[in-house]
Ligand binder design. Structure first.
Ligand code: ADP
Ligand code: MG
Length: 656
């Protein structure tokens, strides 16, 4: 079988199953084998019953000491039995598994594996898996894959399908030269893919991940190299004129603040690039809140004054809307036409913008990836900027650059990548770093607390609102879910409104709302017609309201450190003292330690390095981060050695 073959060629996958796989984004054999597990299940050595306590997920080796009992409950059919070892006994309980009744007999011994619950005087293991001691011994060292799923597809159906492809995968062509494989002790490509699905042990899994990380980096860097070959010697077709510099100085003088040293240097770098004989290709790196937007606006202004069009591409619609509002306002004194372009605008509105871009009526377009769709044509595109670059792939960057006649390119990112790695990942770019924060900023006060702190938190919110400030509350979910136990925006905002009383205006925002609704909510929030905005992570990147001083994050344990740092970056964006309250609902040791990092520091670099340390060598994927340059397995921090190797290889390998 070939990688591009449809998965219906796999035995056991018919049309209906194929459709279900389709919902996971899997349609070809290649898609399937690169649908990597989210985590692994590991069976542990059995412990004695005396050692178990509530919440433990353990294996015990017990003898069945009672008859199997069957009972009809209100909602379930319940099967149960008592089992014990020499140290104590447990009640094993299954729901809706009546066929188990004939499975067990008094006197037989099994390994039971499950989570311990305390029910009154009884210690219970609910829905345990069970194995003979012999079979369990065989499974002890293996890791079983857990895939991210959507309804319809089971974990088993994925493993079975991949099993069928074993031969195809193992005989995959490996583009790496033999001597490199040997020199670096790398796993072969096919073997690595097979092992990431079915690892024999942790060592093997680590090697597999390492190899796949290398492949991902290499693919990325080959694209970067091609981009570089295309652009680096390109001459600048869109030089700015002297008037642009005059207007730039006027604009800076008119700002309500003075630029930081980092901002000034970045503006100088950009000006020099735009005046030079060669096309600009520059990355602006700066932590959340360091003030990258104003630098972008200055670049757009100089470009527009010189008679060219500019485009600013951002990863989310809400951010596009906000940038559009802010930037239109900032550029109001100039004769510059700014337009918004997002995917969910009506076809008619989009057509109008397309036409204006083609005719050169629109000077600056701000939008999501809708900007790079085929229908957009520019009259004279001189400058392309992508904000929050890490959310896009190189391919998207390339596509936007191909829009006009070699436009100048500026990309902005808050990802705290060490300079040495940034130079590799952005080999085709020059880099400006904004290290300093605006002088008026106060360090954010953080606290990590449990749910019992909510009443105190609400009291605090009311106080801040009373002082004229505003608040974000983040919930992981949009609406109530049967399967996921986490706070949701809809119910939470209702409750909160009730708790805070009618004097406080609570509203909510999430990604599933209509564009016009989102727009209105954001505008009202910035206009201060909303005091407390309960939102999903749609506001994670870029959103700016300096009057918001409190960020309260529910179920903080469900988010990755980088994401929490970005979310926190929504406050502390002005001269007011700001606060971030992390509500840790499931107080596991791991989540306490992770959140402590945020409590201690507001520094993106520090947080990234702690994140790496905490994820440790045994924790294969951690929580998927949003700032990870879109790699599926590879992690620029963890696999920095593979990144360096990929850099060397990208010079000699053309395609993988
Ligand atoms: P980010 O780098 O996260 O994109 P923004 O560009 O959105 O940050 O800036 C955050 C806030 O800081 C905005 O309200 C902006 O007006 C303000 N700001 C930017 N530069 C300065 C400065 N030099 N002094 C004071 N405030 C600034
Ligand atoms: Mg920003």
């Amino acid at each position: 079988m070939r990688l591009e073959d449809n998965i219906q060629n796999i035995k056991g996958i018919g049309e209906k199953t194929a459709q279900q796989f389709g919902r996971l984004g899997i349609s070809t054999v290649g898609d399937l084998i690169t649908y990597y597990p989210r985590s692994y299940k590991k069976y542990s050595e059995p412990v004695s019953v005396a050692e178990v306590s509530e919440g433990d997920r353990v294996a015990v080796f017990c003898k069945v000491v009672s008859y199997v009992e069957e009972r009809r409950g209100r909602r379930y059919n319940i099967t149960s039995l008592s089992a014990s070892d020499s140290t104590g006994s447990l009640r094993m309980v299954w729901f809706n598994k009546p066929y188990l009744k004939s499975q067990f007999h008094k006197g037989e011994s099994y390994i039971f594996y499950g989570t311990i619950k305390i029910k009154g005087p009884m210690r219970v293991m609910e829905m345990p898996e069970f194995f003979t001691q012999f079979n369990y011994q065989k499974m002890l060292s293996t890791l079983r894959p857990i895939y991210p799923l959507k309804s319809g597809i089971t974990n088993n159906s994925i493993t079975r399908a991949i099993e069928q492809l074993r031969d195809t995968v193992l005989t995959l062509h490996d583009y790496l030269p033999e001597d490199i494989i040997e020199q670096y002790g790398l796993m072969r490509r096919g073997e690595a893919i097979m092992r990431i699905h079915f690892p024999d042990d942790e060592e093997g899994l680590k090697d597999a991940i390492k190899r796949i990380a290398l492949d991902e980096f290499l693919e990325f860097l080959i694209n970067v190299r091609k981009l570089k070959e295309k652009t680096v010697v390109e001459s600048n077709h869109h030089k700015i004129n002297d008037e642009a510099k005059v207007k730039r100085d006027g604009f800076i003088a008119g700002l309500p603040f003075s630029l930081t040293e980092g901002q000034k240097a970045a503006v100088e770098d950009i000006t020099r690039d735009l005046e030079s004989d060669y096309m600009m290709s520059r990355l602006i790196q700066g932590d959340v809140g360091s003030g990258k937007t104003v630098v972008a606006v200055i670049a757009l202004l100089m470009n527009a004054i010189s008679g060219y069009q500019g485009a600013l591409m951002v990863p989310t619609e809400v951010l596009a809307m906000q940038h559009y509002e802010d930037i239109s306002k900032m550029l109001k004194p100039y004769k510059i036409t700014v337009r918004l372009l997002t995917g969910s605008m009506t076809a008619k509105d989009k057509r109008t913008v397309y036409q204006e871009l083609k005719d050169g009526i629109c000077d600056i377009v701000i939008g999501t990836h809708a900007i790079i769709q085929d229908a957009t044509e520019f009259k004279e595109l001189g400058l392309v900027i992508t904000d929050e670059q890490h959310r896009f792939g190189v391919k998207q960057r390339e596509k936007l650059a191909e829009k006009g006649d070699m436009p100048n390119i500026l990309i902005m990112s808050a990802t705290p990548i060490p300079r040495t790695l940034a130079i590799i990942l952005y080999a085709d770019m020059d880099i400006s770093v904004i290290k300093d924060m605006p002088a008026d900023r106060k360090s954010i006060y953080n606290c990590v607390v449990g749910t019992d702190y909510r009443p105190a938190a609400y009291k605090f919110l009311r106080e801040r609102v009373g002082a004229g400030e505003q608040v974000y509350v983040i919930c992981p979910m949009v609406e109530e879910s049967e399967t996921v136990d986490a706070e949701n925006v809809i119910n939470y905002s209702e409750d909160l409104q009730e708790k805070l009383g009618s004097g406080v205006r609570v509203s909510y925002l999430h990604g599933k709302m209509k564009e016009s609704e989102k727009h209105e909510i954001l505008e009202n929030f910035v206009k201060r017609d909303i005091d407390v905005l309960v939102s999903t992570t749609v506001i994670e990147v870029g959103i700016n309201n300096p009057n918001a001083t409190v960020m309260m994050i529910e179920n903080a344990e469900r988010f990755g450190l980088a994401q929490l740092h970005q979310l926190r970056g929504r406050v502390g964006r002005g001269s007011l003292q700001s606060y971030c309250i992390f509500i840790n609902v499931k107080k596991t040791e791991e989540s306490m330690e992770r959140l402590k990092v945020l409590e201690e520091s507001n520094d993106g670099f520090f947080i990234a390095s702690e994140d790496l340390r905490l994820r440790g060598p045994g924790d294969f994927f951690g929580i998927r981060q949003s700032g990870d340059l879109n790699f599926r397995i590879a992690d620029i921090y963890k696999h920095a050695d593979m990144l360096r190797l990929a850099q060397d290889l990208s010079l000699i390998i053309d395609d993988i």
